[in-house]
Write a protein that binds this ligand. Structure first.
Ligand SMILES: *[C@@H]1O[C@H](CO)[C@@H](O)[C@H](O)[C@H]1NC(C)=O
Ligand SMILES: *[C@@H]1O[C@H](CO)[C@@H](O)[C@H](O)[C@H]1NC(C)=O
Ligand SMILES: *[C@@H]1O[C@H](CO)[C@@H](O)[C@H](O)[C@H]1NC(C)=O
Ligand SMILES: *[C@@H]1O[C@H](CO)[C@@H](O)[C@H](O)[C@H]1NC(C)=O
Ligand SMILES: *[C@@H]1O[C@H](CO)[C@@H](O)[C@H](O)[C@H]1NC(C)=O
Ligand SMILES: *[C@@H]1O[C@H](CO)[C@@H](O)[C@H](O)[C@H]1NC(C)=O
Ligand SMILES: *[C@@H]1O[C@H](CO)[C@@H](O)[C@H](O)[C@H]1NC(C)=O
Ligand SMILES: *[C@@H]1O[C@H](CO)[C@@H](O)[C@H](O)[C@H]1NC(C)=O
Length: 697
């Protein structure tokens, strides 16, 4: 090409090409030093409520710093007292993840980011980490039944005797630097080898440039609080990235008997059996909730399946119905349960009545509730075989409610006599309920209920709402002959099913849950969501599951809610009947208002299933009430910040001098080339013997 171009343009090109080559070479030198991209999908991110902002953000272009791996406590002192190369990005294992460590990092002014590295074989027990929870010591207390109670025995109870003694409140703190969780072994190894090779101090002396550095990028769009960032979202720029979105997912529920609008539901005839569907951690994309949520979810599903086998008997002998429900977003101020209560009060649970739909689903309101049975954490009872029955002292001061509650406790105790492996212990009457969804109901109506847990006072779960609340925490050994956990959960499910049967029919019958089913469900939710059970019965969202534990974090609108759909289909399969219908008939247009619906467990294949299981919105009423007072603390106001991308890079950084030299070199050569070109241009006729171009240059 160049040979065809002659004269002045060629010279110009050559000069520009030269300077470009210089810039490129300089750029290449820097780029060659980029070590690797590190796993960056688990950032700590920002959330907001009516008054506060919590979580982390990086600067717009990311935060950079020199990597320092903390192996022992003294390494922190080295960074703060001696380290000359600030800002630093600190890397440490969960052993060092405490409020004190993060606060010192923040106050030092020398830290631009933190990565928490979790090697594959990290087992908190052998590492002597005896508890970590990002939650507060009194989870959900501020929106619970007792916060507004005038009785100081109850309202101040948790502060005197915390439910969650390992709570750090770290999740609810606003940190001024990015924090990432890194679990990919390749990434963990890269961080360690880069540090060892370039940064690790020798005899306490800092190393010289070039140094291994990290860049953490997790810039959050939202700011201040939900009120401010929701307002900004609605008037915001044309950008599609909202500043923040309300936490929003689905409650999943189904009834034993279809509820047909033409048949009136008697008062006090619906037994609610509930568990919590969601869990949370500080980090995106990881929220295993093995004990916090899965123990309850699987017990409920397994009991529901066992009861469903006795559907006809129950329907024929009783006017009671059983509503199984998984509440979503309970971690964030009882979003799901408070929404159900609100919908019931508005006369729109489960759905608003439509004019033009036949066979609509009947509406349930608070007067229809008979008993309320809730499963909270039940996983840690395996060794002691002891489960605790909690009741509410406030509603029990009403003698009618008290009588019913005593009846409920007695039914459970009699049922447990049939299962010698479990002891049920009623908790002292004056002790208020632990964090539980029933509190949303009891705020509005006095009903008799019980909350079943593995703890009497403080949680037995040392890792409540943390990334360490995984299968290891409950000692689950999937498909090993030695596994006792699935047997334990099966026992609880059997006990629950037996008690429900008695409640509904007033007949004692020992009902046994299926250990295989329990095991499969545990395996799916705690280890591998591409398990066979999900593939075969999880409906058309099953294909989006990954071979990982379920992510149980409540979502936002248009967020990741596939696991809610999968859970709904699994429930529908457990509480469903196969019916002979062809593909066309297996889908019914208005599935949400129909008293039953039909679906294929496998996308477009399999047998048609008829079921009562549905989803309803789990978004806080605060976002639906006009002029809601954001500061009132009546309903959850949690929103989540929008963001575009999160990323972690590790690279070798030359000394500042070298960097400056590279940049200056580039700038100088550019300026020089411009001058040269300009000079040649103005003297072109002399240099090349051409006439001055007509253009006024
Ligand atoms: C928002 O969260 C903060 C921190 O957890 C809490 O202190 C405050 O009471 C909450 N505000 C509302 C309105 O819920
Ligand atoms: C967690 O709580 C238990 C029980 O109160 C306590 O013994 C333990 O030291 C706590 N662990 C941490 C790391 O605070
Ligand atoms: C870890 O990261 C490496 C490189 O980025 C990737 O090839 C590997 O599949 C990841 N491993 C896991 C378990 O995700
Ligand atoms: C609902 O009840 C009406 C009247 O009893 C009946 O005609 C209809 O078939 C019922 N629908 C279902 C789905 O059971
Ligand atoms: C609850 O529903 C029944 C009908 O099933 C109705 O008579 C009653 O007024 C409703 N109660 C409330 C509080 O909406
Ligand atoms: C429940 O009953 C107790 C005792 O009678 C009473 O103090 C309380 O206000 C009642 N709660 C509701 C929501 O009606
Ligand atoms: C998850 O389960 C599927 C189906 O059984 C299996 O093919 C896959 O290998 C499993 N993945 C892991 C990581 O165990
Ligand atoms: C439908 O399911 C059957 C077995 O249940 C299987 O043999 C067949 O390949 C499936 N078809 C499609 C299209 O998935």
């Amino acid at each position: 090409m160049a040979s065809q171009v002659t004269g002045k343009p060629a010279t110009l090109l050559r000069v520009l090409a030269l300077s470009a080559a210089f810039l490129l070479a300089a750029g290449e030198r820097v780029k060659n030093k980029i070590y690797d991209e590190i796993q960056g999908d688990m950032p700590c991110f920002k959330r907001f409520n009516g008054t506060h902002e919590i979580g982390c953000t990086s600067k717009f272009f990311g935060n950079t710093g020199v990597l320092h791996v903390i192996e022992e406590k003294a390494d922190f002192d080295w960074v703060y007292e001696h380290g000359p190369h600030q800002p630093y990005v600190l890397a440490f294992t969960p052993l060092f993840l405490t409020e004190a460590v993060l606060e010192r990092a923040r106050d030092s002014g020398k830290v631009s980011g933190v990565v928490v590295v979790v090697p594959e074989d990290f087992d908190p027990e052998t590492q002597l980490l005896d508890g970590f929870s990002g939650e507060t010591e009194c989870p959900d207390d501020y929106l619970g039944l007792y916060s507004a109670s005038s009785n100081p025995n109850y309202s101040g109870y948790c502060r005197r005797k915390p439910w969650n003694p390992n709570g750090t409140s770290m999740l609810y703190t606003s940190w001024e630097f990015p924090i990432f969780l890194i679990t990919n072994q390749t990434s963990v190894d890269n961080i360690h080898s880069c540090f060892e090779k370039f940064n690790k101090p020798v005899n306490g002396m800092p190393r010289d440039w070039p140094l291994c550095s990290m860049e953490l990028k997790s810039n959050m769009f939202g700011t201040t609080n939900s009120e401010v960032c929701m307002r900004r979202a609605s008037i915001g720029p044309l950008s599609t990235d909202n500043f923040c979105d309300p936490l929003y997912d689905y409650n999943i529920w189904g009834t034993l008997k279809p509820m047909n609008m033409s048949e009136e539901i008697p008062e006090k005839s619906v037994i609610i059996v509930a568990a919590r569907m969601d869990a949370a951690t500080m980090f995106d994309n990881i929220s295993p909730g093995a004990n916090s949520a899965v123990s309850g979810i699987v017990t409920l599903m397994s009991a529901a399946a066992a009861i469903f086998k006795h559907k006809e008997e129950i329907i024929n002998t009783s006017n009671k119905n059983i509503l199984f429900i998984l509440f979503q977003g309970e971690t964030w101020g009882y979003i799901g349960s408070s929404r159900v209560v609100w919908d019931m009060e508005q006369g729109q649970f489960p759905y608003k009545v439509k004019d033009d739909v036949k066979d609509q689903i009947a509406q349930i309101n608070l007067t229809h509730i008979d008993y309320f049975i809730e499963l909270e954490q039940v996983g840690q009872a395996m060794t002691s075989s002891q489960l605790y029955l909690h009741t509410d002292p406030i509603s029990n001061s009403n003698s009618e409610v008290k009588e019913e509650t005593d009846n409920l406790l007695e039914i459970f105790e009699n049922a447990s006599d049939l299962f010698d492996k479990l002891n049920l212990i009623p908790v002292k009457e004056e002790v208020p309920l632990p964090p539980s969804s029933i509190q949303s109901f009891l705020k509005r109506v006095n009903i008799s209920g019980v909350v079943i847990t593995d703890h009497e006072g403080e949680f037995k779960n040392p890792y409540y709402e943390s990334f360490l609340d995984n299968y290891r925490n409950v000692k689950y050994e999937a498909y090993s002959d030695a596994d006792l956990y699935h047997k334990h959960i099966t026992n609880i499910a059997s006990l629950l099913a037996t008690a429900i049967y008695k409640l509904a029919t007033n007949t004692t019958k020992k009902i046994e849950a299926d250990p295989e089913l329990t095991n499969e469900l545990l395996y799916c939710y705690m280890k591998n969501m591409t398990c066979n059970l999900v593939q075969e019965n999880g409906g058309d969202m099953a294909k989006y599951m990954e071979s990982k534990p379920a992510k149980l974090y409540v979502s936002v609108e248009n967020g990741e809610r596939e696991r809610s759909y999968v859970t709904m289909y699994l429930m529908a399969w457990l509480l469903g009947d196969e019916v002979k219908r062809d593909q066309q008939d297996c889908k019914i247009e208005s599935i949400y208002n129909m008293s039953q619906f039909y679906y294929y467990p496998r996308a477009g294949n399999g047998t048609c299933v008829q079921s009562t299981v549905r989803m309803t919105d789990a978004m806080s009423p605060a976002f639906l009430i006009d002029d809601y007072d954001w500061k009132s603390g009546e309903y959850s106001t949690w929103t989540e910040s929008g963001w575009k991308l999160t990323k972690v890079m590790i690279f070798l950084r030359p000394s500042v001098l070298e960097e400056v030299a590279v940049v200056c070199g580039g700038v100088v050569s550019l300026v020089l080339s411009v001058i040269v070109v300009h000079f040649m241009n103005s003297r072109a006729d002399l240099l090349f013997g051409l006439s001055t171009p007509p253009a006024a240059c």
